[in-house]
Ligand binder design. Structure first.
Ligand code: SER
Length: 318
């Protein structure tokens, strides 16, 4: 990875991944690709190059790849699960047609490509406990349908054209810089903001609903470590199960309450979010990622909670 393009660089993952890559590979070598209306700001804008890159426009991607001699593309453009249910055609256009554009450019300019998949690529018929790496993937959401398609399209470009495609299936990502937009796992971010603001949290996901989660520093590490991995060790490519923890709302609530004793939570279950959550795994088996490229998360629920509360107190001036 000498010259990297991050598509979707102002989103939840992109904004932090771009900065982490700049730290590791040099500011000028990492291009932040964004769309009109989601311009980079502050440090993200000042610290390195940025370009408008609409994933639905292949010529635009190619021009930036050529201009900066890009060799690796992190393609993070996607709609999250709840938004994708409201705009299924747009979700497909960005997620699948967009990836096709990226892969065609990657084929021509010999770039490696990382496109995250998700726990959303699984469905109700998938084994829910310790979900294996290779298993049934029949999701019912458009988010999931598009993620399974991106996994298969990425593998196709690897076997057919030798494009170096790699991916992980991210669980819910918890972070404190850029908020996620319209996902089923967003509650696990929102709950920390409520705790720090001193507000009662209204939880849209029901008690006992288990989902896999991960703190952002581990997510960044996964994305970078996989792209740096020795290709001869990779048995799988698109996409690896990765997880750091699995919890239900009452467990994260208790974890926060340990540090914010007055914190209150009530349930007001959102039927769409709940049905999506019910169709996703309770816990992933990520042993292939551990053995093929050394995946090893650093944050558990307690360590993440301490860091989230500390960072958000500074950010919100509390
Ligand atoms: N965070 C995503 C969502 O909830 C799952 O990958 O849509």
């Amino acid at each position: 990875m000498k010259h990297v393009l991050v598509i979707g660089a102002t989103g939840q993952i992109g904004s932090e991944l771009t900065m982490e890559l700049r730290k590791r590979y040099g500011n000028e070598n990492i291009v932040a690709g964004y769309i009109t209306g989601a311009e980079p700001k502050g440090e993200l804008k000042e610290s390195g190059p940025s370009e408008i890159v609409d994933v639905t426009n292949k010529d635009m991607i190619a021009a930036v790849v050529k201009k900066y001699q890009i060799d690796t593309i992190y393609n993070l453009a996607a709609l999250l699960s709840v938004v994708a249910e409201a705009k299924p055609q747009l979700a497909w256009k960005i997620g699948v047609d967009g990836l096709w554009n990226v892969l065609e450019v990657a084929r021509e300019y010999k770039c490696a490509v990382f496109t995250p998949s998700s726990i959303g690529s699984f469905g109700p018929t998938t084994p829910h406990v310790q979900t294996p790496q290779d298993t049934i993937q029949r999701p019912l959401t458009m988010y999931g349908v598009s993620k399974v398609s991106t996994e298969m399209l990425s593998d196709y470009y690897y076997t057919k054209y030798g494009v170096d495609t790699r991916a992980v299936r991210f669980p819910g990502i918890i972070s404190n810089v850029t908020p996620p937009g319209g996902g089923t796992t967003d509650y696990a971010v929102d709950i920390y903001y409520s705790a720090v603001k001193g507000e009662k949290f209204v939880c849209p996901i029901g008690e006992g609903t288990l989902m896999d989660m991960m703190y952002m520093p581990d997510a960044l590490d996964a994305a970078i470590k996989l792209m740096e991995a020795d290709p001869t060790k990779l048995v799988h490519r698109n996409a690896f199960n990765v997880t750091a923890m699995s919890f239900a709302p009452e467990t994260i609530y208790q974890a926060i309450k340990k540090y914010v004793p007055d914190f209150e939570m009530v349930y007001e279950v959102d039927p769409l979010k709940q049905s999506i959550a019910n169709s996703w795994p309770d816990s992933l088996d990520d042993s292939c990622a551990r053995s093929e490229w050394g995946w090893n998360p650093k944050y558990d629920l307690d360590k993440m909670t301490v860091d989230m509360l500390e960072k958000l107190r500074v950010k919100l001036g509390k």
